[in-house]
Design a protein around this ligand. Structure first.
Ligand SMILES: NC(=O)c1ccc[n+]([C@@H]2O[C@H](COP(=O)([O-])OP(=O)(O)OC[C@H]3O[C@@H](n4cnc5c(N)ncnc54)[C@H](OP(=O)(O)O)[C@@H]3O)[C@@H](O)[C@H]2O)c1
Length: 292
């Protein structure tokens, strides 16, 4: 299939403005629409057409990219013009749950539109960069038809699955890793600050360590998938003493120790179940859904 030439971007918040800017930079004929008028910034000067209304915005393009606050907002402005969606492709980059994504896919299909649901793993300044990741779920042929245009938003754009909900699930799973890592970093920064070490001095070591954690994660992934948890790098028994040290160092400085105490609870419980010789992946038992 040929490349998409006409694109409408719905939603001109911080992210929508960046998406529309990338479309213009990629030479696409770009129409923009926002609920509140007057938020197009410099996009018209750069060549964007401002739609007079939602219906005009839908009718202007084959590819419709939506990025607003939430799925409720998407339906609020698209419901009244749903009859105009037939034969077009709706790409929803609004953040939401996997259930909302699947529901939206069914709604779009009911109106004759092809649908992709996407997750943007970047902030607006990174839109259009070669290593920026956007993840998509939905029909592979629909993604393929628009891949060149969608890659204008991020060079590391990936189609994950025909399952429309998977991009949203990856999104929250990746955000969970981000919050877990950032919690660890701010806890570490508080610990070092108590001894007069600026966070910036510590940063290169933290960054390099995050790279090493990526390597450790490969072992965890293999063990979670195989179900063979025997330690290949470090046993749970060897994790426990340094966790105690972290708790002690935190308490000695008046730094909140709740994070390492939570970790100790997980590791100690696994050891109490007889898994002291297993690797860190064994903690999956704690997080897995419990049998009914
Ligand atoms: N910013 C990021 O770093 C980032 C990263 C990844 C994903 N996202 C996701 O991208 C989406 C947009 O984020 P943003 O940063 O652009 O947010 P934002 O700057 O707060 O903009 C929100 C946008 O949603 C529109 N909107 C809100 N309620 C609406 C409604 N009922 N009907 C129509 N439009 C409505 C707003 O229109 P008005 O101007 O009329 O209020 C505005 O265009 C969110 O789902 C967010 O989670 C953002």
């Amino acid at each position: 299939m040929g490349d998409t030439r006409t694109v409408t971007v719905f939603g001109l918040g911080l992210m929508g403005q960046a998406l529309a800017g990338a479309m213009l930079a990629g030479g696409r004929v770009t129409t923009v629409w926002n609920r509140t008028p007057g938020r197009a910034g410099d996009l018209p000067e750069r060549g964007a057409k401002e739609a007079a209304g939602v219906r005009d915005a839908v009718e202007a393009s084959d590819l419709l990219i939506v990025c607003v606050r939430d799925y409720h907002a998407v339906r609020e402005f698209l419901d009244p013009v749903a009859d105009a969606l037939a034969g077009r492709t709706l790409v929803n980059l609004t953040s939401g749950s996997s259930a909302e994504a699947r529901e939206m896919a069914a709604w779009a299909a009911g109106h004759g539109a092809a649908y992709l649901d996407g997750a943007i793993m970047m902030t607006p300044p990174g839109i259009g960069q070669p290593d920026t990741v956007l993840l998509y779920g939905g029909p592979a042929d629909v993604f393929a038809a628009h891949a060149d245009t969608l890659r204008l938003l991020g060079g590391a754009t990936t189609h994950l699955s025909e399952d429309t909900g998977l991009a949203s699930l990856y999104d929250v799973a990746l955000l969970g890793i981000m919050w877990g890592s950032l919690n660890g970093f701010v806890h570490a920064a508080a610990l070092l600050a108590a001894d007069g070490v600026p966070a910036r001095d510590f940063l290169p070591f933290a960054t390099s360590w995050l790279g090493a954690i990526g390597v450790f994660s490969g072992v965890v992934a293999d063990q979670v998938d195989s179900g063979d948890f025997a330690a290949v790098d470090a046993s749970l028994a060897s994790h426990l003493p340094p966790i105690e040290h972290l708790i002690d160092e935190s308490r000695a400085r008046g730094v909140d120790a709740a994070l390492p105490e939570f970790t100790r609870g997980l590791v100690a419980a696994a050891i109490a179940r007889g898994h002291e010789g297993d690797g860190y992946a064994r903690l999956i038992d704690h997080f897995r859904p419990k049998a009914a």
